[in-house]
Design a protein around this ligand. Structure first.
Ligand SMILES: Cc1cc2nc3c(=O)[nH]c(=O)nc-3n(C[C@H](O)[C@H](O)[C@H](O)COP(=O)(O)OP(=O)(O)OC[C@H]3O[C@@H](n4cnc5c(N)ncnc54)[C@H](O)[C@@H]3O)c2cc1C
Length: 311
């Protein structure tokens, strides 16, 4: 469906995006983040697939700021919105398995990758069953859990550069660390290839079941949240430090440090991104004062305008 109302946009390049997928203006980002907060994206584009995206990129002027979006499960967008183009890549959703290699496009849900690999008796990506994002977001974040992470088995990524070129890059060419990947400036992950190892499907499924059940018993999964808010500092856990600082249950507006897991902030219903940010800041200040450790956000805090973003 073409969501653009003819004549609303004065930018010809933006108007042309509706030829390649769904396009809208002033799209409320609260609908696209798992926290349920965030103001409007000036332009919002969901390309119909990989080739539509590659063709569309040619028409986007180089000064336009692009924010790639997966499932918005690790993103905090300001209440004032995003003054640029949000690219929702969820229709890049093809996947195939050849032997021990899994190939998937950026918009495939990580839980679906985990399930399909288990069915084919391939181990290495079980943790993906517990992470609610898409592959592109998982690569950008080097997602991980239960002693596995994307970089362990990632072989190659296909990238769309800001100048419209498509390049393949070996994983060894990306600097991947704890919840961080250095992608070339302005590039989008189109697809990736993983090299996995064979195992019994039932054993893999059992590991996934056990991971999911550990998650649901410790995390506030029934309330809107964005996963771990802070990275764990070396040798310690952000949740332990926040709890030891007496902050569990602390509330600003409708944002609350979860009673269940102190490294989660939950939206009690009407939280704004400003409430969440204020709570993040309070936790950093109090933890620093009590333990001397300055927590670093894991959640991507997006700026409305092009300024320094915390990543
Ligand atoms: C309940 C819950 C549990 C979670 N558990 C875990 C966990 O165990 N381990 C873990 O690592 N994370 C966890 N997370 C956080 C989150 O799910 C991961 O970081 C995930 O990888 C984000 O994927 P996404 O598609 O939602 O990305 P988004 O939130 O949409 O984007 C995250 C970042 O990636 C960039 N990005 C997205 N797609 C692309 C692309 N195609 N190309 C380039 N950049 C892109 C975005 O611009 C943004 O900077 C959890 C979150 C929730 C809500």
């Amino acid at each position: 469906m073409n969501m653009m109302q003819p004549g609303r946009t004065t930018d010809t390049w933006a108007a042309s995006l509706s030829e390649f997928g769904r396009f809208s203006e002033q799209e409320p980002m609260a609908r696209h983040t798992t926290l349920g907060t965030g103001g409007p994206a000036r332009w919002f584009f969901r390309p119909a697939g990989r080739s539509a995206l590659v063709r569309a990129m040619q028409s986007i002027p180089s000064h336009i700021r692009i924010l790639p979006l997966g499932r918005g499960s690790n993103m905090l967008i300001p209440d004032s919105g995003f003054d640029g183009l949000v690219m929702d890549l969820s229709d890049l959703n093809e996947m195939r398995i050849d032997g021990c290699q899994a190939h998937a496009e950026a918009g495939v849900r990580m839980s679906s990758i985990a399930r399909q690999c288990a069915e084919r008796g391939l181990t290495g990506l079980e943790f993906m069953a517990t992470v609610p994002g898409d592959l592109g977001g998982g690569i950008a974040m080097n997602a991980g859990a239960f002693s596995q992470q994307v970089s362990d088995t990632l072989q190659q990524v296909e990238l769309l550069l800001r100048n419209g070129d498509v390049v393949e890059m070996p994983a060894s060419g990306l600097q991947m660390g704890y919840r961080h990947t250095s992608l070339p400036e302005g590039s989008l992950v189109l697809a990736a290839r993983f090299e996995l190892a064979p195992d019994m499907p039932d054993a893999i499924r059992e590991r996934m079941r056990s991971m999911r059940s550990r998650r649901s018993s410790t995390q506030p999964l029934s309330q809107p949240n964005c996963g771990s808010v802070f990275k764990n500092p070396p040798g310690d856990h952000a949740a332990r430090l926040i709890e030891a600082s007496g902050l569990k249950g602390t509330r600003i507006g409708d944002a609350q440090i979860s009673e269940r897991h102190a490294n989660f902030i939950v939206n009690l219903g009407g939280a704004s991104s400003a409430d969440v940010l204020a709570l993040i800041e309070r936790a950093r200040i109090v933890v620093k004062k009590k333990s001397g450790i300055l927590l670093e956000p894991e959640v991507r805090i997006i700026a409305e305008h092009p300024v320094e973003e915390s990543a």
